[in-house]
Design a protein around this ligand. Structure first.
Ligand code: GDP
Ligand code: MG
Length: 443
């Protein structure tokens, strides 16, 4: 009922969770389960065991086969688990059947991810998006939910605080669907408004001509660490998924030019459909970037690396970032031996190898970024008469790097890198490259 404290959960003890998955016959599911367990840890659930059933499809009523329920119950008891974590979005009957069989709380993959997003939403927009997603998840499940919760836990006291029940959506459990729908409409309206405000900010940024670089990539690749390393920003970095839900933009300077860097939320496989929209919105920042750095974890096993790169590429295409220039950046190179580095260089010959942690390769990366934007600017020599001092101020206001400045009898002589579209405005003041040299030697 009460608004939750965003950080409360970090102080709490992890719950013991048993992980359950139904996998296709023959699938080993190692990556899939590893990801689910990482998600669980992020939601403060310590995985204490796994139960896997191989079958073509999950059972429509009980998720696992009925025969498997017994084994599940036993494993649950033996592991001393406090919550069951399921690697799928469960239908309401499946969820109830599992809860009744185990007399325990059951959290599905969608709830888990929503819970994590709820814990990590920072901006007003991020919070609204999570609330909306939770409502959309809860709406079809409202019927009978309260009776059911009471039957299960003998009141809500024991059930209220754990994983899957946190976040702004929890208060909606007790409202009826009509109220919930009204709330959905309201949230959508507010989100639209916020997105318009963001448009305005984005246009502001466009006007300043500051090159913007977005960091995209699979979760845990080191994007937030790289943002910190490039900009000295204090974005929290933790070895947990989703630490960054909201894009954070910071600036840095390189050879007198200013750049903006935007951090984005990590990518994950099979994002709950309720969250896709909100997720895309947080990725919208990526869309306004002039350059996307696709950060990858160079220390990951080769196969996983290839899969993750493909997953991120396809999401980038999905959100319409396909036309933006994307550069692959291989991070965590400090954790890779010489042979590994060579293999990575063979496979990704154009990708700079860096370590956001030790700073290795960062200067090269900055230079590479600068080069990318080099053709947007032209180096010009201008003679600005003193009576037009305003022009000089404008030049500074543009943020154009001024490489040289000299006061001469005719006015201020500057060598600056001008954004191309400003060239025309300054055309009257252009002086030939050789002229000032002559003048200087003659003086
Ligand atoms: P994000 O999810 O992409 O934002 O990843 P983070 O920046 O939060 O980093 C995830 C984990 O990887 C953290 O524990 C970082 O300390 C670690 N990490 C990030 N960059 C490097 C690196 O260059 N080398 C090593 N060894 N670890 C790194
Ligand atoms: Mg991050």
């Amino acid at each position: 009922m009460a608004a939750r404290q965003p950080d409360r959960s970090w102080a709490a003890e992890p719950e013991r969770g048993l992980v359950l998955a139904v996998l296709a016959p023959g699938a080993d599911g190692a990556d899939e389960l590893a990801e689910l367990e990482e998600l669980a840890r992020t939601a403060l659930v310590e995985p204490v065991g796994r139960v896997v059933q191989h079958r073509r499809l999950p059972d429509a009523r009980t998720y696992v086969g009925k025969g498997k329920l017994e084994e599940l119950k036993q494993a649950y008891g033996e592991a001393g688990a406090e919550v069951l974590v399921v690697d799928d979005e469960l239908s309401p009957p499946q969820q109830r059947a599992l809860e009744n069989a185990l007399q325990a709380r059951v959290v599905d993959r969608t709830q888990l991810i929503l819970d994590i997003f709820a814990q990590h939403a920072v901006s007003a927009e991020g919070k609204l998006q999570v609330e909306l997603a939770q409502l959309e998840y809860n709406l079809p499940r409202m019927r009978g939910m309260w009776q059911h919760l009471e039957r299960l836990g003998g009141g809500t006291g024991g059930l209220g605080a754990g994983v899957g029940t946190r976040g702004p959506g929890e208060s909606q459990l007790e409202t009826d669907r009509r109220l919930a729908r009204r709330r959905v409409t309201l949230l959508r309206e507010r989100l639209r408004k916020l997105s318009r405000q963001r448009d305005v900010r984005r246009k502001e940024r466009r006007r300043t001509e500051t090159p913007t670089v977005a960091l995209a990539g699979y979760t845990n690749a080191g994007k937030s660490t790289l943002l910190n390393a490039l900009t000295d920003a204090g974005v929290s970095v933790r070895d947990r998924l989703f630490e960054t839900l909201d894009p954070t933009t910071r600036g840095y300077e390189h050879e007198g030019r200013r750049y903006l860097v935007t951090d984005t939320v990590g990518f994950v496989r099979r994002l709950p459909h309720q969250l896709v929209e909100g997720f895309a919105a947080t990725l919208e920042e990526t869309l306004v970037a002039d350059l996307v750095l696709h950060v990858v974890d160079g220390s990951a096993p080769e196969q996983r690396l290839i899969e993750q790169i493909a997953a991120v590429d396809s999401v980038l295409r999905e959100i319409g970032a396909g036309e933006l220039p994307v550069e692959l950046v291989v991070n965590k190179i400090d954790a890779v031996d010489t042979l590994g580095r060579r293999r990575l260089a063979n496979r990704y010959p154009d990708a700079p190898q860096i370590s956001a942690l030790t700073g290795e390769g960062l200067e090269e990366l900055r230079a590479r970024i600068a080069e990318r934007f080099g053709d947007r600017f032209e180096r010009v020599r201008l003679l600005l008469p003193y009576e037009e001092g305003r022009r000089l101020n404008e030049l500074y206001a543009l943020g154009a790097p001024i490489d040289e400045r000299e006061d001469t009898p005719e006015g201020v002589l500057v060598v600056a890198r001008l954004p191309r579209r400003e060239l025309r405005r300054y055309a009257p003041y252009l002086v030939a490259e050789a002229a000032p040299e002559r003048r200087r030697t003659g003086a």
